[in-house]
Design a protein around this ligand. Structure first.
Ligand code: GAP
Length: 484
């Protein structure tokens, strides 16, 4: 966190004040676990998803994307084990009566925040049920993860895309979980968006990752299941050390943990706020052989940001068994039909990613007297503010011309109301990285000033080259300090 005094409640207040996120249907009192997203948050979330897709799908030759439906044949969820096992232990505090969920291994151990003992009410399946069509009893489920249609559609997608093992299938979309106690703003909601990849590997190659060299020197804070059992602290080690010491069991798992960490760092998140933590045996989901979470140091403690599970061939085998369809895949290299293993399933919620970028970007700048949201320009909702210095027709005309040109490429903002200082402050608070001001010199020599959000420095540039400069700044091809 940039400002460790900021609580999750403070962040929720800030997001509401700036019109980013607010309780869903608030005029009717909202609904616990559901949120609506305002214009600038839609832009930030779209940018997060776009950057995720670019990095994980577009820039890679081994991953393709799909978009499965939210409601599907309920047999999918029977086969996957979700109908039987996607449950939480539902408890109620004997003292304050607050409901909560706990892990199976916490029964009789966990206590409520108020210190009270928990009474176990039972197991609650987290899937939302609905009816399809007019017939009562035609039960279907809102998907609790996007992953399952990747498995059910696996063969169609793999063959049509002419994929060769190893390969991945990615998906971004909404998921729904009837959480017992939604909490911590966007951290645990009942409706959220997920970005997931199932990465398939030949069963003989579950420890042979051709890309491992790219990440061997990458350093991370690592907390293994064994360390947790012995009450030890995380250690900062390289991926190579984690593999050599057999802390992380497979190259593939190590590769994906490092790649996911790097994705956040490349987009401006603070590396020190991350660690990876292995699930203890009691925590593992019904489908997982081994799971590591990428955790973030949220104001309420180290918590799961992204889960990266080794699901083996569990899901494909389950769908083969239940659908009686052959989902094996012909591997051209070995000339054999195999049921591939999912050695890593990077699975990340958009809402949690949003929180991470917001916490790491949030700066309460006392000198300026306003919040400065130092979001990476790629994530910033508005890429540039265009301001006529004062409301004179000749300045407005040029500012409007610049705005009309740039808006064809980026989400930018034209603002002529209030003092220039007030307009800079408004831009800072939503993370606008650059502000372009049209002043009287602009009339004389066809130039404008660009202001850098993070340093407040200003540089004068020719109006003709503005589009190109802005693109280079956003794409990090040049740094602001290099502008002459
Ligand atoms: N397919 C694997 C899977 O669903 P998960 O650990 O249950 O794994 C993956 O969820 C990620 O989805 C989490 O790491 C988190 O980022 C996000 N997520 C899960 N439940 C959530 C909730 N109730 N609210 C917001 N995000 C959630």
């Amino acid at each position: 966190m940039a400002d460790n005094k900021l609580s999750i409640e403070d962040m929720a207040v800030f997001c509401k004040k700036k019109g980013l996120v607010f309780p869903s249907g608030e005029i009717y009192g909202g609904l616990a676990g559901f949120f609506d997203f305002g214009p600038n948050c839609v832009e930030i979330n779209n940018n997060i998803k776009m950057e995720w897709w670019k990095f994980h799908v577009q820039e890679r030759e081994d991953i393709v994307g799909i978009d499965g439906s939210i409601i599907t044949n309920p047999k999918v969820w029977e086969a996957s084990g979700h109908v039987a096992s996607f449950t939480d232990v539902y408890v109620k505090c004997r003292k304050c009566k607050k409901p909560n969920k706990i892990d199976k291994n916490e029964i009789k151990k966990a206590r409520c925040e108020c210190g009270g003992e928990y009474e176990v009410i039972g197991n609650l399946n987290l899937m939302f049920k609905t009816n399809v069509g007019p017939v009562e009893g035609s039960t279907a489920y809102l998907r609790p993860e996007t992953a399952q249609l990747i498995f059910a559609d696996f063969k169609l997608v793999a063959e049509n895309s002419r994929l060769k093992l190893p390969f991945g299938i990615a998906q971004i979309g909404k998921a729904f979980r009837n959480e017992i106690s939604p909490r911590d703003f966007l951290f645990r909601t009942r409706e959220f968006e997920m970005m997931e990849i199932e990465y398939f590997v030949h069963p003989k190659n579950i420890n042979k990752c051709p890309f491992i060299k790219e990440v061997l020197n990458h350093k991370m804070n690592v907390l293994s299941a064994e360390s947790q059992e012995k009450n030890k602290s995380p250690v900062k080690i390289t991926i190579k050390q984690a593999l050599d010491k057999k802390i992380i069991k497979t190259e593939w798992h190590a590769y994906w943990l490092a790649v996911e960490h790097k994705w956040f760092i490349n987009l401006g998140a603070n590396s020190d706020n991350f660690r990876i933590r292995q699930h203890t045996k009691n925590e593992l989901s019904h489908y997982a052989l081994d799971t590591w979470d990428l955790e973030y140091n949220f104001p309420f403690g180290w918590k799961e940001l992204e889960g990266i599970a080794n699901r083996t061939d569990f899901d494909l085998q389950q769908h083969i068994k239940h659908s009686k369809k052959d989902l094996s895949f012909f591997d051209q290299e070995t000339n054999e039909k195999v049921v591939p293993h999912v050695v890593a399933e990077p699975s990340l919620g958009v809402g949690r990613a949003f929180l991470v970028f917001m916490f790491d970007a949030y700066n309460d700048d006392k000198k300026r007297g306003n919040i400065v949201l130092k979001l990476d320009p790629k994530l910033a909702p508005v890429k540039a503010g265009i301001f006529p210095l004062i409301s004179k027709p000749e300045l407005i005309k040029i500012a409007r011309e610049i705005y009309d040109k740039l808006k064809m490429i980026y989400n930018i903002n034209y603002d002529k109301s209030g003092s220039i200082g007030r307009r800079y402050a408004r831009a800072d608070e939503i993370g606008t990285p650059f502000c372009i001001t049209v002043d009287f010199d602009s009339l004389k020599n066809k130039s404008v000033t660009i202001r850098d959000r993070d340093t407040t420095k200003q540089v004068r540039v020719k109006t003709a080259g503005l589009k190109d400069i802005l693109r280079k700044l956003i794409d990090a091809e040049i740094k602001f300090k290099d502008l002459k």
